[in-house]
Design a protein around this ligand. Sequence first.
Ligand code: TYD
Length: 219
Amino acid sequence: MRRGYFITFEGLDGSGKTTQLRRLATALESEGQSVVTLRQPGGTPLGDRIRGILLDSGSESAVGPIAPATEMALMFADRAQAIAEVIRPALAAGSILLCDRYTDSSEAYQGGGRQLGSQRILAMHAAACDNLQPDLTLLLLPPLESALKRARRRNQRHADKLGVDEGRFERESDEFYRRIYDKYEEIAAPEPYRIFRIRDDASIDFIHTRIREVVAARL
Ligand code: TYD
């Protein structure tokens, strides 16, 4: 069976990766490619329930504070299910799989942000994901100051919305986001082929064009 192509999108909150993922999916589909999209956490019935626990800002009052190691384990429980239910079947069918966040997010957020360290995340990746790696990761990481500004702006937008959910991660401090940023840089440095880092703080159209170019070159 022909193996498809596995692309992940990574970056801080508010980096615009979800918009870019949708635009890429539309562009590839219009070329006649078979495209499957997925977001993490979530994307399967079980994963959506796990997402509810992880991101709902009300959940801490419902279940008590979530310990960092629990958070890590829930992210990987979600991911293991997505691999079994969506990712492996899509790749086996020869589709292009576009995934909004994957293990690099766990390494950046739980490993860096929550300070669990990379080793524990990579051990979980081996155990839960059989080390399945993307063929290409598009990392939207502009310079630190503008990345932080975007994350903050998104925090504010969420906070302004009445009765907002999924705010737990976004209430985190600048220090938390700085550690995530540094970890992303650390992850990207030794893997320039898998991880294509987009440093520009440019328009959606400009970044979309760059993404199209790199994907076209790889496919
Ligand atoms: P989401 O609303 O999907 O945000 P975004 O559009 O920024 O991806 O929420 C996902 C949140 O979960 C985001 O703050 C990052 C966090 N996260 C982790 O901490 N670890 C992980 O492994 C994943 C997949 C996400």
